[in-house]
Write a protein that binds this ligand. Structure first.
Ligand SMILES: [Zn+2]
Length: 123
């Protein structure tokens, strides 16, 4: 991968990272506002409906798992940006082949080429 392509991916990765960080901040606020509403007792109006209670806690769980997932994605993006820094970005970690640009466009934090990814998934 040449320098120009690397720059392009760096920009893409940084944009994705910014978006994810904004999304995480929004999810956190959502989680906090829900907790506050429950603490202030606003939710008591619903307590006569058990279905609503389970929906509330389901949703809280969903938000928590989204935060976990997005945080993990940010870490992957950070790692990809580090690989851009040390110029190892775009190389397969297993066989050292170049990862096709089309694959990186679809999956900018891919660390394996298609072949090695398939091997890894087979176990
Ligand atoms: Zn490979």
């Amino acid at each position: 991968m040449n320098k120009r392509e690397r720059k392009k991916f760096e920009k893409l990765l940084r944009e994705m990272r910014d978006q994810k960080l904004k999304y995480i901040a929004m999810l956190r606020e959502l989680a906090i506002s829900r907790t506050q509403r429950e603490a202030s007792g606003d939710v008591s109006a619903f307590t006569s409906h058990p279905a609503d209670i389970s929906t509330e806690s389901d949703e809280r769980e969903k938000i928590a798992s989204l935060i976990t997932r997005e945080t993990a994605a940010v870490k992957e993006l950070d790692a990809a940006l580090e690989r851009i820094e040390d110029a190892s970005y775009g190389k397969c970690e297993a066989c050292d082949d170049d990862i096709p640009v089309a694959r990186l466009q679809a999956l900018p934090f891919a660390t394996l080429c298609v072949k090695c990814q398939a091997e890894a998934e087979k176990g």
